[in-house]
Structure formats: C-alpha cells, structure tokens
Design a protein around this ligand. Structure first.
Ligand code: NOJ
Ligand code: CA
Length: 699
C-alpha cells in the first residue's frame, strides 16, 4: 500500500517535471517548478532519499533568485570517461553520469537567467547554480543560499558543530532531532570557536536511515565562495544550507559569470560504497598543471611530537612582547628546550635516511615563537629568519647528501595579511634551501579581523597559496584550513590538509575517543586526504610527564592500521625516532606501507564502529590491509578474494590477546605466514585496537 501511494505521488509529481536516472537506474532525480520555485527530489531504489526540496539564492539590494521562474530550456547529456589522478587511492577513476541542465528565467522586471545543473552518478547526486554573464547581472552580494535537503525521517547523524573557524571537534552520534551544536565532549578545548547556534552542523555530514540507507551530504569544488553548513529543522528533518559570513555579515561577492560549488549527496545501502565513492573528485575540474613530475607522495617524520608532549619547545628563548626583527637573537638566552636545533635536525635526517623515510618536517625553526599565540597581532613571523641554533644552510646540504627532503613549517598564527605580504619571499627562501613542501598553519582568529577560517576571503587565500606554491613547485599540507572538497584533482600540489581533529589532541587534551578514526573516513575524508599524523607508539603521555593523564585512545597495532584506513599522499610517522627504535619490528610496517595506491577496496565498514580497507601499492604488487575498531573488541572473517596474485607471504601486526587501548595499549604481535587468494582471514581486534597487514606475492 505504501509503495502504491508513493508511486502515485511520484506520478503526480512527475507532471510537468524533468527527470533523469543514474547510469545503473537506481537513482532518480526529478526537477520541477512548484509555484514558480525550483524544486528537486531524489529517489534511491524507488524510495525517496530527498523529498521535494526547494532551491534558491538571496541577494543584497537586488531581487532574489527564489521564485518567479519559468523554464527557458532543458538540456541533458550522458558523460563517460576514465581519468588518472596524479596520486590517489586508485590509478584510474571512472566518471560516469547523466546530466540535466535547467535554464531558468525571471522577469525582475528585466529578464535574468540562473542555471541549475544536476549530475547523477551511480553513487549519488551533485548540483550547482550557475550565473552567466548577462545585462542585468554583473555583480552581486550574496545574502544566503537556500538549498534544502528535505530528509525522509529522523536519521542517525554523525556530526560536529557548524563552527565558522574550526573542525577540530569530536563527533557526536545522535538523531537529527537531538542535535545541539553548542554542547558536546571537549568543546571547551577548541581554541578559536564561532558556532552560530544549536542547529548548525558541518558537512561532510554522515547520515543513516532507520532502514539502513547511508547518505552523505557535502560539497565539491569549493572556490570563490564560503563554506556551506546545514541548519537542522528538528521537526521536519529538513536541512537548510547556511554559508559562512564575512566580517560585515555578507556571504559572498560575486562577479558573473560564476558557478557555485557543487552540493553533493552520496547514497548507498552499503557503508563500504560511501567510502569508495569518487563523486566529489569527479565533480572537480581536471588539473591544468602542465608538469606534475615534481609532485611526490611521501612519508615524513618531524620535530613535532616533542612539542606536543612537552619535551621540546618551538621557541628558542623565554621572551614576551617580541617585536619582530628588533631582537639580537645571538644575545637571547636559550630556554634549553628548543627542538629545532641543528643537532636535533641532523639526528632526524639520519633517522630518515636509515629507514628510507622521505622527508623531515622541522617546526620552530624560525623566529617569532616566543610570542605567537593568543595576541591577535599582525607581525608574528617573517618566515625567512632561522633561530641562531638552526643552521639552515648546513642542514639543507646535509639533507641533500643523505637523500632526505626537508619540509618547511609556516605557522601564520592566522595573521594572514602578513603571510600574504611575505609569501613570495618565503617561497623563494624555501627554494633557495631546497625545500619542496610546506606545512602551513592557521591557529587563532583570522587577520583581517572579523574574517573566519571558512569565509570567502579565506577560501580565496587558501587557493592563492596553493596557486603560488605551484609556481614555485612547492607541495602544500595545510593545517587549520578549510575542509577539502576534492580540489586536489585540480591542484594536485595541495597534497593534504588537517581540517579535523588530529592525533595531536591526544597529547594535550581529553583527546579523540577510539571511535573517532572510524567516523573520519565517513565525514572529513569524504572531501580529501587528511594529515592525521598517525603512528604514535608510546601511547601514554605520563612516560614524558608523570602528571599527565592523557593518552592516545588506541592500541599500538591500531596506529599502524591507520596508514591504510586514513588516506593521505603525505603521511607522517608522528612519534619520536627513539620510540621507533624501541619498537623497530613494528616500525617496519610504517617503513613498508606506501602512500600512493593503484586500487582500494573497502572490505567492511560501519561509521562509529569499524573500518577494514585493502589497498594495492601503486609501485609494486603488494597489498596492504588496515582494520580498526572503536572501543569494542571485534572479530572479523575477511575473504581475500580481491587479491591479484595466487599466493602471498603475509606479515600481520596485531593486538596481543590481552591488549586494550586503556589498560594495555602497547602489546602487539607480529606473525608471518603464507596465504592464498580466497583464503579467509580471521581478525581479532582488541578494544580500541586494530591490525595492519602486508601481503607480498610469492613467485
Ligand atoms: C597546530 C597544528 O595542527 C600542529 O600540527 C602544529 O604543530 C601547531 N599548530 C603549531 O603550528
Ligand atoms: Ca590543528
């Protein structure tokens, strides 16, 4: 009966409507004008996923793009291509969709045009607004975008607050009706916080319906426009777009022709398929870079964790009230904890060279760290002056000799105007000393004051940095930056970003609960790679500081599995070299695991519970598997039917039988054995545990 009513409803709705089906026919997109307003609806396997939902845009001082429309014309097309990303989770990606393009006109009182383009893939829908250049619309100021996602029920949601300045939250799992974005575990630990209200949450938003359908809502190709959050209507379970404002409360300044980012809805009845979706990347433009030979996925260690666990400092002296470039640093008394010394850096280079780790990141190498935080001041760093105990010339020669790359750190302290003024000098300086990659950082409130990390101004800034970096052949890893939207297809030198709560929180806060890394792939990672900084072996922080109650919420084996379950072409081995020497047999997995893949299969996954991923190395025939769980111990049977050869030598790094993230986190076992394609692997994961596997074909 329900089906009958639904079909009847669809048929009535279809009157005067336009529709397309996904290539496999499972998804159906219907578009129609209702009372002269644009409305869309999305069905999956003949059931609604998004009910009748309105689309529109409100402008300042000009008539809005909300109603009064007629359809000028509609165009459809089918598109199919296979393309090769410069780096990624697979070497070939299929981009196959049906497109419906609706040209709408309005008389206000002169004629104006707005186009809405829908692309329907087997794994979901993307749509965007387009404003062609036209007589009556050259410039406009955007007041708000009114894109609606009318959901069919009170779905389970994995959410973080719709904060204008941070995504570094732990996830809350609740029904949509229970969302309160002003409350949650660890919210007080967020340094720069701007939550517009209790109903606002971020995308990628992962949802699960009561009948087991997984829905992911996000955006693709965000440029020249602010970040989209969604406002939850807790009574009718509808989501409404909400854009990040600028310093004067406007949302965006647009000059036509202009297209908005894509709004994306990934749908499947299998959680694994959500993780395998390439919809976001497919909606981004191909790269225009002529030469990509300088872009290299890599693993790195860094002078970094020492600062987070408190055994090293970024700063050289104990000064406050620093005026940049007025200090004679040779007369400043060292504080005795400075991490980025020539001697330390040399040791890190030696360690990287010994184990074949590609690169070393050095934080705290440059003047300014004495007075960098919490002042909201303009001139903090100049990005070209090392501390007196950091011999940049010597170290760059030494690294070259040892065949190790160096990664420069540019913490801007969010004085973004200062960074932009100095960017050319900073990048020239990097190149002079042979640095090919930069880690940027945006801690604190933004300058220009009043702007937000997620506003149009900063979105433009992040891309300006990436574009300028490309001119210098520099790769970028951005921290405290916008969460990704697949732009790495277009800008493959933007290797990775943080833009979520990383492992660092475990060193100095309540940290990330064991479920955190089982949610990240369904949320933050949907848009692109993350510099999560896995690989912490010394789990409890009281090892460094007896008073510390903090710890990483993990077993050691789970830290290894993260190299497979969290994708990034730039992966850190985040712990201190001495801890890797202590557990060198386990470190061998980090040495062996690749950062660039030809194939990826998500074998089993459930958001908030577990993820098991298998990937094939792009440069060999080796396969790797990572399996992680939340705080529950779990057992799995994994069928090795995806393997490409018949026989393998398997090395498995697993939780010891009595391992437990809380009580016994560092106990692991390493086992070697032979396996065949189609064998069934029995995996046992400890509470908060995981397992990492290397499979090497046998001749
Ligand atoms: C926050 C970054 O996420 C972290 O990696 C870095 O060490 C500090 N800021 C200092 O820049
Ligand atoms: Ca951070």
């Amino acid at each position: 009966m329900r089906n009958f009513i639904f079909i009847l409803f669809i048929n009535t709705f279809l009157l005067n409507a336009q529709q397309i089906f996904s290539p496999d026919n499972y998804l159906q997109l219907i578009f129609k004008l209702v009372d002269s307003k644009p409305v869309y609806l999305l069905n999956y396997k003949q059931k609604p996923i998004i009910k009748e939902s309105t689309l529109g845009i409100d402008l300042n001082d000009q008539p809005d793009f909300i109603d009064g429309f007629t359809i000028e014309k509609t165009d459809t097309l089918t598109f199919y291509e296979n393309w090769q990303p410069v780096w990624g989770e697979q070497s070939t990606i299929t981009n196959y969709y049906k497109e419906l393009k609706i040209t709408l006109s309005q008389m206000v009182p002169e004629k104006r045009i707005m186009i809405i383009t829908f692309r329907l893939f087997n794994d979901g829908l993307g749509f965007r607004y387009e404003f062609p250049q036209q007589n009556n619309l050259n410039y406009f100021v955007l007041k708000e975008e009114y894109t609606t996602f009318a959901l069919t029920g009170d779905h389970k949601a994995f959410w973080i607050p719709g904060d204008y300045d941070s995504q570094e939250y732990t996830y809350t799992t609740s029904l949509l009706s229970q969302v309160d974005a002003t409350k949650g575990s660890g919210f007080d630990e967020i340094n720069t916080k701007n939550i517009p209200g209790p109903d606002y949450i971020q995308t990628p938003l992962m949802l699960k319906t009561s009948d087991g359908i997984f829905i992911n809502i996000h955006e693709a190709a965000l440029s020249g426009y602010p970040v989209m959050y969604v406002k939850v209507d807790k009574k009718c379970y509808s989501l409404q777009s909400h854009l990040c404002p600028d310093a004067v409360g406007n949302k965006a300044y647009i000059q036509t022709p202009f297209t908005t980012p894509w709004r994306t809805i990934i749908v499947s009845d299998k959680a694994e398929k959500i993780l395998e979706s390439k919809l976001i990347l497919n909606l981004n433009e191909p790269t225009g870079f002529k030469d990509v030979s300088w872009i290299k996925p890599q693993k790195y260690i860094g002078i970094w964790w020492g600062m987070h666990v408190g055994t090293m400092s970024w700063s050289y002296g104990n000064l406050d009230n620093v005026h940049l470039n007025t200090i004679d640093w040779n007369n400043v008394k060292p504080n005795g904890m400075h991490g980025a010394t020539t001697e330390n850096t040399k040791q890190y280079i030696d360690f990287a060279s010994k184990y074949g780790i590609d690169a070393v990141l050095i934080e705290g190498w440059n003047i300014g760290w004495e007075d960098w935080f919490g002042k909201w001041k303009e001139e903090v760093f100049d990005f070209v002056t090392p501390y007196p105990d950091f011999d940049i010339e010597y170290l760059s020669d030494y690294a070259k000799q040892k065949n190790v790359e160096l990664i420069m750190h540019h913490e801007t302290s969010s004085s973004v105007t200062n960074y932009e003024r100095r960017l050319d000098d900073a990048f020239s300086y990097m190149k002079k000393y042979g640095y090919d990659a930069v880690k940027t950082g945006y801690v604190g409130p933004i300058i220009p004051r009043g702007e937000h990390h997620d506003g149009q101004w900063m979105i433009n800034h992040f891309l300006r940095v990436v574009e300028k970096a490309q001119q210098y052949k520099i790769m970028v890893d951005s921290h405290e930056s916008v969460r990704p939207t697949g732009l790495h297809r277009t800008y493959p030198n933007w290797l990775t970003s943080e833009a979520a709560r990383g492992n660092e929180f475990n060193a100095w806060s309540k940290g990330n609960p064991p479920e955190h890394e089982t949610i990240l792939p369904f949320t933050r990672l949907i848009g692109g790679p993350m510099d999560y900084t896995p690989g912490i072996f010394q789990i409890k922080i009281d090892y460094y500081n007896p008073d510390s109650k903090f710890q990483v919420h993990t077993t050691l084996a789970k830290q290894l599995a993260l190299y497979v379950t969290i994708y990034s072409p730039l992966q850190m081995a985040a712990d201190l070299p001495e801890n890797y020497e202590r557990f060198s047999d386990a470190f061998q997995f980090i040495v062996d695991v690749p950062v660039d893949w030809s194939e990826t299969k998500v074998l089993k996954a459930e958001p908030g519970d577990y993820v098991i991923t298998a990937r094939k190395d792009r440069n060999s025939d080796n396969w790797f598997i990572g399996a992680i769980t939340d705080e529950e111990a779990r057992e799995f049977n994994v069928k090795l039917d995806f393997l490409t050869a018949d026989k393998y030598e398997m090395t498995i790094y697993k939780d010891a039988p009595d391992a437990n993230w809380k009580t016994n986190p560092m106990k692991y076992e390493i086992e070697n054995k032979k396996v065949k394609k189609n064998d069934i692997l029995k995996l046992k994961l400890a509470p908060g545990g995981g397992c990492a596997i290397k499979l090497k074909p046998l001749k």
